[in-house]
Design a protein around this ligand. Structure first.
Ligand SMILES: NC(=O)c1ccc[n+]([C@@H]2O[C@H](COP(=O)([O-])OP(=O)(O)OC[C@H]3O[C@@H](n4cnc5c(N)ncnc54)[C@H](O)[C@@H]3O)[C@@H](O)[C@H]2O)c1
Length: 371
């Protein structure tokens, strides 16, 4: 198969959909890989490294889209890419269709096959192509939180791990899923006093087993959160109710009860945020302050660490991409139920129920294409 990797053009997106190591895996299996020049630059991979792995370089996105049978990207196609996508072309990337209606209409019009990273789903309902970005964001949440707790950045001026003779900072993590677990590991490693609050008691049982002694677990409810926010220095929002907006666990009135310089990092901002006062921010301008409480609400946290994020993402996407290239999308999806769930739009028809429902579009059962 001919695989095309365009350079990402979304604002501040430095990731790339394939590493040189990934290119080599395709080439080894007899596929041909074309990359747009400098596509890997933002993640620290040069054209020479890709050429060394057997890939070929083309100078424009137009050439990449024109030649490729499968396009691999990171972010959803943006307006200037819509007209480059061809009928029957397989596009494997994050789409997040339900959050942007014009994209759904544009992809229906292209007649392409859109396989979305975010809906590839395992039998146990986990989302293998979302996990790596949650791992990155969870770990980063503590790094950013620790930074904004510094006085010059308007924080309380407390060191996360304390020092001998001085108590460490208190970290409250809302949600003990992928983000929460990774945040807890980092905070605990830095010596902070950590609480993970979740509504799932079985998850808390598991975390209690595997986490170090400075991480404690608590069932989350409004009563306990109201008490905890008064004394915690750093609060991480990492809850998720699949398919729904995040519940508002930290409300506007709770801010007044927090100590000045408390830092809130709402990782769940992409699902509306679990902190009422949260609104999406960017890496250029990541924080704002309300009632002396610092809010960090960057919606694409992994974008700040493109080297790590690209490797983490491609570690997870590559096995699926190799199946698609080896068997073609139809056979690969018939043989692999995870991939079948990733199909969102096929040749002008919406085959993912939630996307059809979101915009009142006709829904076609994916079996109509897979038989
Ligand atoms: N901002 C970013 O750059 C970025 C990056 C990656 C992920 N995210 C977002 O982070 C959020 C968390 O992702 P995840 O992968 O950890 O999800 P996850 O499904 O692994 O974990 C979510 C956890 O929240 C818990 N939960 C649900 N309702 C709760 C409540 N009322 N109180 C306490 N806990 C509750 C669940 O039991 C679960 O353990 C998602 O919205 C995800 O999209 C954001």
């Amino acid at each position: 198969m001919i695989i095309g990797i365009p350079k990402e053009i979304k604002n501040n997106e430095n990731r790339v959909a394939l590493t040189p190591a990934g290119a080599k895996e395709f080439v080894k299996r007899g596929h041909v890989v074309y990359l747009q020049t400098n596509a890997g630059e933002g993640s620290g991979f040069s054209d020479e490294e890709y050429i060394g792995a057997g890939a070929k370089i083309l100078s424009s996105a137009e050439e990449i889209f024109a030649i490729a049978e499968m396009i691999m990207k990171v972010k959803e196609p943006i307006e200037q890419e819509y007209s480059l996508i061809k009928k029957d072309q397989l596009v494997f990337t994050y789409f997040h269709f339900a959050s942007y209606e014009p994209l759904a209409h544009a992809m229906i019009k292209t007649g392409a096959v859109c396989l979305a990273y975010e809906t590839v789903e395992r039998e146990d309902r986990s989302l293998p192509l979302l996990v790596p970005m949650s791992e990155v964001a969870g770990r980063m949440a503590i790094q950013e939180g620790a930074k904004y707790l510094e006085k010059p950045l308007k924080g309380r001026g407390i060191l996360l791990g304390g020092v001998p003779g001085v108590m460490p900072a208190k970290v409250l993590i809302l949600g003990g899923g992928v983000v929460g677990t990774n945040a807890a590991k980092m905070a605990a490693g830095m010596g902070a006093d950590v609480i993970i609050a979740d509504v799932n008691i079985n998850r808390l049982r598991y975390l209690d087993d595997v986490m170090p002694k400075n991480v404690r677990t608590l069932v989350s409810n409004e009563y306990v959160l109201r008490e905890l926010v008064k004394t915690h220095d750093l609060i991480i929002g990492g809850v998720l109710v699949p398919g729904a907006k995040a519940p508002k666990l930290i409300t506007r009135d709770m801010l007044k009860t927090m100590r000045p310089g408390t830092v809130l990092v709402d990782v769940a901002v992409d699902q509306g945020g679990c902190i009422e006062t949260c609104k999406p921010t960017t890496h250029e301008n990541p924080t704002f302050i309300i009632d002396d409480v610092v809010h960090y609400c960057v919606a694409n946290m992994p974008g700040a660490v493109p080297y790590t994020s690209t490797l983490a993402l491609t570690n997870s996407t590559l096995p699926y991409a190799l199946k698609l290239a080896g068997r073609g999308w139809k056979n690969a999806c018939k043989e692999n139920a995870d991939l079948e769930k990733g199909l969102n739009v096929i040749l002008g028809k919406v085959v993912y129920k939630a996307v059809a429902d979101a915009f009142n579009l006709p829904y076609t059962d994916v079996k109509a294409f897979l038989g």
